[in-house]
Design a protein. Sequence first.
Length: 171
Amino acid sequence: MKVLPIVVAGGKFLQDYTKSRALDYGAGTGRNSIYLADLGIDVLAVDQNIEELEKLATFNQRIRPLKADLREWKIHDKFDLVVATNVLQFFDNDTAIRCLMDMTNCLNSGGVLCLTYILDKKIFLPFGFEEILTSKFKVINSGTKIIQDSGHPDFPEPHQHKIFYFLGIKK
């Protein structure tokens, strides 16, 4: 799978890749982690299933996998970039809001948030979601769009998703 364009765009806001730290929140197979680590960024890749991430870490020492249930995990470090692509829609609304606040709080001032949220089964974002984003971040790019998905293990046929995307810099 290709890295999402919003992640590429978000990385461009970092001043010095070799001194930057990123959190790949819900890293999955590590597509974003690989991209960021290849730029020279140290990446904490967090997911419930980290077998693939552990394999990636053997080839790239900048990737540090961490096994955690994101619904319960509390972020204790500080980061320059947080990437959360297609993960929060799997949580109930209260948990998604709490996780968003946790991601916001772990960002250094001037840090970058890259977020996507699949809206296929939900008509709206969780109540308060957009208020947090617009009050805590200078919005660089945000909106909804339809994306093409070539398929994945859960649904191998090509299909589309309606997503909300957000790129912002912490105020």
